[in-house]
Design a protein around this ligand. Sequence first.
Ligand code: MG
Length: 377
Amino acid sequence: MTTAVIITAAGRGLRAGGDLPKQWQMLAGRPVLARTIAAFTGFEVVITVHSADLERAKSLFSGQIVLGGADRAASVRAGLQALAGRGVTRVLIHDGARPLISREVIERVLSALETHPAAAPALPVTDALWRGADGLVAGTADRAGLYRAQTPQGFNFEAILSAHLSYNIPAADDVEVARAAGLNVAIVAGDEANIKLTYAGDFARAEAMIKELAMDIRPDIRLGNGFDVHAFCEGDNVWLCGHKIAHSKGLLGHSDADVGMHALTDAIYGALADGDIGQHFPPTDPQWKGAASHIFLKHAMARARARGYNLANCDVTLICERPKIGPHANAMRAALAAIMGVDVGKVSVKATTSERLGFTGREEGIAALATATLVQG
Ligand code: MG
């Protein structure tokens, strides 16, 4: 089932004040519409914009941009027509000026669409309702059964496309169009935070909520460490952090014995809570004998990316008396960065000795420590 999203941003409403329509104004340092689009990451998104905002839209969004029509319904119709014939089975139609839409509300709408041709979030009216005239209360109204409608409103794609094509009077929203075509619309729980920015005061409210929400949606930051040791053996070179150095000894190991790269690989697995190098590449398995260690590091990075993480930075410390690491540190950083597919500025390689103490001091082997930070997104 393919779900597409139409984000309506063609309105020119200036009730929020300022020179720009509200969806283009900044909200806590980021355009409102950019926030709304980001809320639908992972979906196929089409935005509808006014021709006057086309360039602005292009600078903000690299997906499909559709020119809106004379009113909201015409803009939605244009968005639906742009999606026709592309195998879309469900569509969510969302106000560009509702940037605080949560994944939970989106999921509730999608899940109601499993059993209904249409579904939309709403909140029951809890305040008393009055009729007013000339500044005086002229009567009260029963709030039972009344809801405040929100978006995204979700629909079976073909059903809402055909409903829009046969509807040509003004509509408050797409639910009204759907109901006119006889579709049952399920109500799912909306969210008080999912406000539609309309007046200047709404921006202050939304900014306060963004600060509050940030407490909950802090990016997931994961830290891992790794440690490895390899003994020296007969040889004339060592591989350290993906870089070959001529030396009076070699390093003993099942693979190429790149102790620095092994520690770093384990740091990434550690950050993911995803085992260690020996689990993924058992030393008992002959296929890894003499293997180049970049296979392990690439594997760990692929596991990180598959889970939505990227490397924020890593730091490797090699502990040995010799070979001297300093002259090679930048080449090692470049090699590791290339293997991981990250900027070299995120990769640190440094070295220390153990003051001639212990096995590294006696030049029996090399130890390595590594730390890696992964961030989501
Ligand atoms: Mg090792």
